[in-house]
Design a protein. Structure first.
Length: 326
């Protein structure tokens, strides 16, 4: 009975790690680069929908009256990774995401920016609010992703009626944009969500690291049960991936190589250790296909590091991940 309980425990812990609850956000439709807010915002709203994207680095796009060719811009969801919307030969290095916000009652707002592929400048009605990474006078920003951040929008910068939120951002290896939706809301609501977000994923990562150490020690006492070793590795891989994918790892080590290792190698090892755990838990002998499949993933993990040191990025590793979105 005790042995059965020990075998079930890793499954219960894994479910707790990968299925955290998500808060409910308000819903306001974003369509063709426009959002209308009829009432004062007291909660958080996801700015999910179609934004305007202009693949040009000119500073004039921070202003609402900037002139541009209507066929030059693309409609992009969220603002997400723009490489998915353009041919592979169009590796734009800089671009602008623009969203018109119609306000009935201007108030103080906060934005929550998710993990970005590279540094961004945030403008409201042509006024620079914040830089996630410092830009030089000639518009250059270091090739490093930007961590999640909060940005304050004072009511004095807003108008009743149309307001323009413009975000200038750059790419790494042609990949630019944000990993998830930007949030807007009242200062209290966004700060509460931010605190919950940070505590949730930081806690999950810490718990996963603790479980990795715990089950490794458990394995040392029961060396014939290899699934404990695999589960220890799975917990560590999930902890690394969570720190990388959410951008929280940048608050620990502000380095692009460390980010690549956490995100990509953590994700790769999550798959291989999960397979090992399932096979060893059920006592199934691995066939040739699974062994080759696992080896390929280990090679991919090595290639991430090799390409980063050889080229300063991981362009060739990520290129097959380019998926056209309609």
């Amino acid at each position: 009975m005790a042995t059965d309980t020990c075998k079930i425990l890793p499954f219960l812990l894994l479910v707790a790690l990968v299925l955290p609850s998500s808060p409910v956000h308000g819903t306001v439709s974003v369509s063709d680069g426009l959002i209308a807010v009829q009432d004062a915002i007291t909660s958080t709203i996801k700015l999910a929908g179609t934004w305007q994207f202009i693949p040009d680095g000119s500073s004039r796009y921070k202003d609402a009256d900037a002139k541009y060719d209507q066929e030059f811009y693309e409609k992009i969801n969220d603002p997400s990774i723009w490489k998915r919307y353009y041919p592979s030969d169009k590796d734009y290095n800089v671009g602008w995401f623009r969203l018109e916000i119609i306000l009935q009652t201007p108030q103080n707002y906060f934005l929550m920016l998710p993990l970005g592929k590279r540094g961004s400048q945030i403008y409201i009605n042509g006024i620079l609010l914040h830089e996630t990474r410092p830009y030089s006078l000639d518009g250059f920003v270091q090739p490093i992703a930007s961590k999640p951040e909060l940005v304050s929008i004072p009511s004095s910068f807003l108008f009743e009626g149309k307001n323009l939120l413009a975000i200038k951002t750059a790419s790494i290896d042609g990949w630019g944009g944000f990993m998830s939706s930007i949030l807007i809301g009242s200062p209290d609501a966004v700060k509460k969500y931010w605190a919950r977000y940070m505590m949730l994923y930081a806690s999950l990562s810490i718990v996963a690291i603790f479980l990795s150490a715990f089950f490794f020690l458990f394995f040392l006492a029961r060396r014939h049960d290899l699934f404990y070793l695999s589960f220890s590795g799975l917990c560590m891989a999930l902890a690394l991936w969570a720190l990388g994918f959410t951008g929280l790892g940048f608050y620990l080590v502000d380095n692009q190589l460390v980010f690549n290792i956490l995100t990509y190698i953590g994700g790769i090892l999550s798959i291989t250790t999960a397979l090992n755990f399932l096979y060893e838990y059920h006592g199934i002998k691995k066939n040739t296909f699974i062994s080759v499949y696992t080896i390929i993933y280990y090679i991919m993990a090595v290639l991430v590091v090799v390409e980063h040191f050889a080229t300063g990025g991981i362009y060739y590793f990520r290129e097959p991940l380019k998926i056209k979105e309609n």
